[in-house]
Each structure stands twice: as structure tokens, then as C-alpha cells.
Design a protein around this ligand. Structure first.
Ligand SMILES: Nc1ncnc2c1ncn2[C@@H]1O[C@H](COP(=O)(O)OP(=O)(O)OP(=O)(O)O)[C@@H](O)[C@H]1O
Ligand SMILES: [Mg+2]
Length: 236
């Protein structure tokens, strides 16, 4: 089924309570359509990681709504019962530090998720290899994570985040360790994937190399977002 992207309305997140409470998100409204890649930008402590964790159903918001496709995930304190299944099946994560599994080779690191979801092993590996090729690390397919450079590890982590074709992908500084050409290649792949699989992709970044490529940017400051048109520069 074609998703309708992800939408949040009036999202708030308070850590702790009483005198030490921190209102990390005060009011966040955001909508990312299927096929869209948006940038999320803000100073340190503004709430970017908190927002990404809320979008990824890793932390529960204090108030507000989140709707993924047709499904209400959170609604003012209410939440769906199976957040684990949601995280596994609907959300792809690309973290800043690529948490690759050290005792699996590159191909199996990427193929593991589809295998766990019941895809036959050979098909899962084929899909992994196609992504590794697109990300220019296929030549390292049989290597162990410890044998890769930082940039190679990052590209493997990106392949892993994309491999199940989740309707939402959350990426935290995915291009930070990459040179300019590779950073732009990653953005091109994210845009391709977004369009091909109707994925909504949210990229937290400070990276000046990629910021001009976004058509739409959300700025976050003191826990509140505001939206801005980006340059939408084409990549080639
Ligand atoms: N688990 C926590 N308990 C209490 N306060 C927290 C917790 N996590 C984050 N905060 C606070 O919430 C606010 C937002 O933090 P967050 O990590 O979302 O910022 P960020 O925009 O990701 O910053 P950075 O760019 O430095 O990673 C900060 O004031 C932070 O100190
Ligand atoms: Mg952060």
C-alpha cells in the first residue's frame, strides 16, 4: 500500500519532572510526504535527537499526535501497542556512529533485517549487494566491519537502513564522515530511494555540502520547528 508519509502535530517531549524537568520539544509540527527528503537543522541542544527518537518511536512523546501512513501511532498520551513491530517494519534508522554487528560480514550486516523478516537468505543477500553496489562499497562485501574505513562503515550503515524499504527513514548526520562527492552520492541515493519506494526521509545534518540539495528544511530552535524552502539544488 502506498503510504502517506509521516505527520506530527503539536508534539511535546518533557524529560524528567518537577524542578529538573526539561522541555526538549515544546511544539513540533512536521509533515514529510512519501518520496520526499527533508533536512532537519538546528543548534546543539535544540531538540534534534529528541525529535528523531520520537519519530522513530524510541521515546514516547509527552503530548501530541504522530501519524504514519494511515496509522495513528501516538495521540496525546495514547500509543499503539506494538512499537517494536513498528520500529522493525516501518522505520529505517541510519545512525551517526554505524553500529555494525562486528561478527557478521558487510553483506550479512545489510541482509540481516530482511532475513529476520522472512526473506529467503539468497534473496536478502542479492538485495544487500545491489544496495552496496549503489553505495560504491560492493568491493568490501565480504569484509568484516573492523576492516572498513569510517566512510565505508557509514555507507554500509546506510545500505542497512534502506534494505527493508521502510516507509520512513531517519538519518542522523549520515554524510558527516564522507567527502563531498560521496556525501552528494548518498543524497542522490536517498532521493532515488524516496521516489522509487515512496519513502519519507528525514535527514538531521549540519553538513554544508548537502544542505543546498533539500527542497524543504525544518529548522528547530528551543524545541520548536519552523519550515523553510530550501534551494533544492540538483545533484549530478
Ligand atoms: N534523557 C534526557 N534527560 C534529560 N534531558 C535530556 C535528555 N536528552 C536530552 N535532554 C535535553 O533536551 C534538550 C534537547 O536535547 P537533544 O539531544 O534533543 O538536542 P540536539 O539538538 O540533538 O543537540 P546536539 O546537536 O548537541 O546533538 C537538551 O537541553 C538536552 O540537555
Ligand atoms: Mg543530537
Amino acid at each position: 500500500m502506498v503510504g502517506k508519509g509521516i505527520r506530527i502535530e503539536g508534539l511535546r517531549k518533557r524529560y524528567g519532572s518537577g524542578d529538573t524537568a526539561v522541555d526538549a520539544l515544546k511544539r513540533v509540527d512536521m509533515q514529510v510526504a512519501p518520496g520526499e527528503v527533508i533536512g532537519l537543522i538546528g543548534p546543539s541542544g535544540s531538540g534534534k535527537s529528541t525529535l528523531l527518537k520520537a519519530l522513530g518511536a524510541v521515546i514516547d512523546p509527552t503530548a501530541g499526535r504522530m501519524i504514519l501512513g494511515d496509522e495513528v501511532i501516538y495521540d496525546d498520551g495514547w500509543k499503539i501497542s506494538d512499537l517494536r513491530a513498528l520500529r522493525r517494519d516501518k522505520i529505517g534508522f541510519v545512525f551517526q556512529a554505524p553500529y555494525l554487528i562486528p561478527f557478521l560480514d558487510v553483506t550479512d550486516n545489510v541482509a540481516l533485517l530482511p532475513m529476520l523478516a522472512g526473506t529467503p537468505n539468497s534473496e536478502a543477500r542479492q538485495r544487500a549487494l545491489a544496495l552496496l553496489r549503489a553505495l560504491d562499497v560492493e568491493h568490501r562485501a565480504g569484509a568484516m566491519p573492523s576492516q572498513l574505513s569510517g566512510g565505508e562503515q557509514q555507507r554500509v550503515a546506510i545500505a542497512r537502513g534502506l534494505v527493508n524499504h521502510p516507509p520512513v527513514i531517519l538519518a542522523d548526520e549520515p554524510t558527516a564522515p564522507l567527502d563531498s562527492a560521496r556525501a552528494l552520492a548518498v543524497i542522490r541515493i536517498l532521493n532515488d530511494m524516496a521516489q522509487r519506494f515512496e519513502t519519507a526521509i528525514i535527514v538531521v545534518t549540519h553538513d554544508e555540502k548537502i544542505i543546498p540539495t533539500f527542497k524543504r528544511i525544518y529548522h528547530i530552535r528551543d524545541g520548536a520547528t519552523h519550515e523553510e524552502a530550501g534551494q533544492g539544488r540538483s545533484i549530478d
